[in-house]
Each structure stands twice: as structure tokens, then as C-alpha cells.
Ligand binder design. Structure first.
Ligand SMILES: Cc1cc2nc3c(=O)[nH]c(=O)nc-3n(C[C@H](O)[C@H](O)[C@H](O)COP(=O)(O)O)c2cc1C
Ligand code: SF4
Length: 416
């Protein structure tokens, strides 16, 4: 049985950016037409019934964010697509933008209509220059067909979209750093509150969602929330785009039903690992998330089942490690990433990421002491308690989870 789904990804490889008519013939923009006909409350009710959560990592219930954006009294507000996609092992937004650009545009127009925003922005990872050019082409074509511009499809709703180049740093995927960089400032997180929903782009309320979140909204409006929800397994609603990589036979972007197990994803979709085993562990959700040992591979891929065990769906990345991967080497690469990407604004993260990386590298060389391991935990505690943004707060997660599940192996690297 084919374990993948084609709802969010149903138009992949079926048209190119110049072929807007093909997108329309496939059923594209019918979600927007339904939204314009039924009204903003219908949109919010649909995403609530679909139980859609934000796909950028934090899994915040989408209908709550859209409701508070809609209820903001300010006459000027913005909606924004976070296409910064800097999380290691994550590349599903790239496919969504490259293979179905009009669906993202459609989702963003629906967001503008629902919340009362007249302008939308797509903040695109700097390295995705080809995608930005393609999005500009798609925006121009959508405008020529009156899906954008004044009085869209004969209604009194007007809306425009601009594509924006990201600042080239992982931390700029964090909402406040993203907005700072759009203002031309250094892309560093700022103290919250105010949150960007209150004071964001150009100091106006700004609703930020991930690329996939907008794609899901367009699909839910097009097919109806029941059709979306029915894609899930064992009573779980909907699907998730995942990027599967690492020691896996068939790496790639897949749409999977919620409720599928990790084992099924690895074996049946990914074809198993490169050493033909089931794998030693995965890191699901991004560098800031826990390692999942093979003993938990029977866990259903759902937000609730993962949360119960301290795991994360996060960005939808699944990095697979086979039996040849030493846990400490993997942690070295994760902690090196955070040391490199820390913006340096606050001390716990600036110093903590560096010290964690140093100690983990000593473990890799079998020369770390018990004292250093204790220090690692102290540093992790202070980073989680007192870092300014999500980067520093979650940077120790992988290491702490590794000590939970692979303590014996790690302690073999400690000097006696
Ligand atoms: C360090 C850091 C990097 C982030 N990078 C991204 C990113 O690349 N893309 C993304 O959608 N969200 C990213 N986020 C999460 C966003 O801040 C935000 O929660 C998300 O875009 C909201 O959209 P959603 O509700 O659709 O998930 C990042 C958060 C942090 C702390
Ligand atoms: S936690 Fe790290 S990335 Fe976030 S503001 Fe502090 S130094 Fe910068």
C-alpha cells in the first residue's frame, strides 16, 4: 500500500510557473473563490475544524492566530509568508514554492482577505534566489488575471504581494529577527512583547505563517476541511510535508498522513537506511529537537504522540542515522551549527553554544572529564532558562535527549 498522500502536493510537477492556466484548470484558485463567496468566518471555521497547526515549528493552532489577526482594529496590517527555511535537514518549503508557487500565493491572498490585510510579503531564504525570481513571475501572472490587484474577481477586496530576499541567517526565520531584517536593521531577535501580531512589519500588526501552512489553507478551502482531515490515519487529521534525509535509501520530500509510524516512514517510504538496518536514531523537526532512538520508532507521527514522549514534528525534517553514526559526532555537528548561527545578542546563547560545542568535541576525542559533562548540563540549564529567543532556548535539546537515550554510549567517551 502506498503510504504517501497527494493533497497538499497534488499539483507537484503538473505545471510550470508560466502555466497559470494549467493551475486554474487543475482546480487552482477555487479555494480563493470559495473564501470570497463564503466570507472570513467560514475560512477560520474550516481551518479550526481541520485542526490545522502552524508548520513553521511551534505548531501553534492556526485558527487562533488568524482570529486574532482578523480582530486587530488597526486599519493597516500585513500577512507574511516565512520562507526562510534555514533548519538543517529541512527542504520541503523549497519544493512547495518551486513546484506549486500559485498555491502559496492563493493561500496568502486568502489570508489577506480573512484578516483584512491589503498587502502580503513572501520572505524567501537568501540562497533560494531562483525561487524568488519564479515567485515574482507568478505574482505578475496572478495579477494579470486579477487574482491580485484591485477589486479581485469583481469583489471590493484588493491585495498585493511582494517577494523579499532573506538576510542569509538561520535566526532570521525567528519572527522578530525576520521583521528587523526587513526594516534594514541587523537581523537579531528583539524582546517580546510586543509580538509581531501586535507590532510587526512597519510597526503594524503582522501575521506570519510558514509556507506549508498557507499551502494547507489553500487545500482546505479548495477540497473542504473534511477531505483534508480524512487523509490522516486512525482518526488523526490531515497530512504533513516531510523532508527525509541522512542515512536513508530514498531521501526526498514526501507528503505523509498524520498517524503513520516513524518505522513506516523509514522503511516503507524511505526504503530503510544505507546499512540496511532500520536505523539507530532519527532527529525529527530540526536541529533544535530531540533525538528519537530506534526503540521509539513505533511512535505514530502526530503532534500529540510525539509531545507525550518529548519529541517534535517541528519543521517536518527527519534526519536518519544508521548504526555507524556515533552519537557524539552527530551532537558535534548540531552544536557546531548553533555556535555558528547564534546571533550573539545575549550572553547565555553566545557563550553557551560555544562552550557546549567545545565539551562535545572533547567527548568526540575521548578526552572529556566527568566535570565537563556536569558543566554541560549546567550550561544547558542556563541557556534554556535565560536565552532571549528560541534558538538559544532549544539549542541544548538534542544533547539532553542524547544523554537520556544513549547515556551509556556517550559515557564511554569520558576519561576514567
Ligand atoms: C531560530 C528560529 C528559526 C526559525 N526559522 C523558521 C523558518 O525558517 N521558517 C518558519 O516558517 N518558521 C521558522 N521559525 C518559527 C517562526 O518564528 C514562526 O513561529 C513561524 O513562522 C510561524 O508560522 P506557523 O504558525 O505557520 O508555524 C523559526 C523560529 C526560530 C526561533
Ligand atoms: S538566544 Fe542566541 S540567537 Fe537568540 S537572541 Fe540570544 S544570542 Fe541571539
Amino acid at each position: 500500500m502506498n503510504k504517501t498522500r497527494r493533497l497538499i502536493s497534488e499539483y507537484f510537477d503538473k505545471y510550470t510557473v508560466t502555466e497559470i492556466d494549467k493551475y486554474i484548470d487543475l482546480g487552482g484558485f477555487s479555494g480563493l473563490k470559495k473564501a470570497l463567496k463564503e466570507g472570513p468566518d467560514f475560512v477560520i471555521d474550516s481551518i479550526q475544524k481541520a485542526e490545522l497547526r502552524g508548520r513553521g515549528g511551534a505548531a501553534f493552532p492556526c485558527f487562533k492566530k488568524w482570529t486574532s489577526a482578523k480582530n486587530r482594529p488597526e486599519p493597516v496590517k500585513y500577512v507574511l509568508v516565512n520562507a526562510d527555511e534555514g533548519e538543517p535537514g529541512t527542504f520541503k518549503d523549497r519544493d512547495l514554492l518551486a513546484k506549486d508557487p500559485y498555491r502559496i500565493i492563493e493561500g496568502l491572498i486568502i489570508a489577506g482577505y480573512t484578516t483584512g490585510a491589503k498587502e502580503g510579503y513572501i520572505y524567501i531564504r537568501e540562497e533560494y534566489d531562483d525561487i524568488r525570481r519564479q515567485m515574482n513571475e507568478a505574482i505578475a501572472l496572478a495579477k494579470s488575471r486579477n487574482f491580485l490587484g484591485n477589486n479581485i474577481l469583481g469583489t471590493d477586496f484588493s491585495f498585493s504581494i511582494k517577494a523579499y530576499t532573506g538576510a542569509g541567517a538561520y535566526v532570521c526565520g525567528e519572527n522578530t529577527a525576520l521583521i528587523e531584517s526587513m526594516h534594514g536593521n541587523v537581523g537579531r531577535p528583539r524582546v517580546k512583547t510586543p509580538r509581531v501580531g501586535e507590532r510587526g512589519l512597519f510597526d503594524k500588526p503582522t501575521m506570519v505563517n510558514n509556507v506549508e501552512t498557507y499551502a494547507c489553507v489553500a487545500a482546505i478551502m479548495n477540497h473542504g476541511w473534511e477531505a483534508y482531515a480524512n487523509q490522516g490515519l486512525n482518526g488523526h487529521k490531515g497530512t504533513k510535508m516531510i523532508s527525509l534525509c541522512g542515512n536513508i535509501m530514498r531521501p526526498g520530500v514526501y507528503e505523509v498522513p498524520f498517524g503513520i509510524t516513524v518505522k513506516e516512514i523509514i522503511e516503507e517510504i524511505g526504503g530503510g537506511t544505507r546499512d540496511l538496518s532500520l536505523g539507530k536514531f532519527i532527529q525529527s523537526g530540526g536541529a533544535s529537537c530531540a533525538l528519537i532512538p530506534y526503540t521509539h520508532f513505533d511512535t505514530p507521527y502526530t503532534y500529540d504522540d510525539f509531545k507525550k514522549k518529548g519529541f517534535d514534528i517541528g519543521s517536518g525534517s527527519i534526519v536518519v542515522a544508521n548504526g555507524n553514526v556515533r552519537v557524539v559526532d552527530y551532537l558535534s555537528s548540531v552544536s557546531g551549527f548553533f555556535e555558528h548561527e547564534s546571533c550573539g545578542k545575549c550572553t547565555p546563547c553566545r557563550e553557551g553554544t560555544k562552550r557546549m560545542h567545545e565539551i562535545i568535541d572533547d567527548l568526540c576525542l575521548n578526552r572529556a572529564s566527568d566535570q565537563q559533562v556536569n558543566r554541560l548540563f549546567e550550561i544547558a540549564d542556563s541557556m534554556m532558562d535565560s536565552s532571549l529567543c528560541g534558538l538559544g532556548q532549544t539549542a541544548p535539546t538534542a544533547t539532553l535527549s542524547a544523554f537520556k537515550h544513549f547515556k551509556e554510549e556517550i559515557m564511554e567517551s569520558v576519561t576514567k
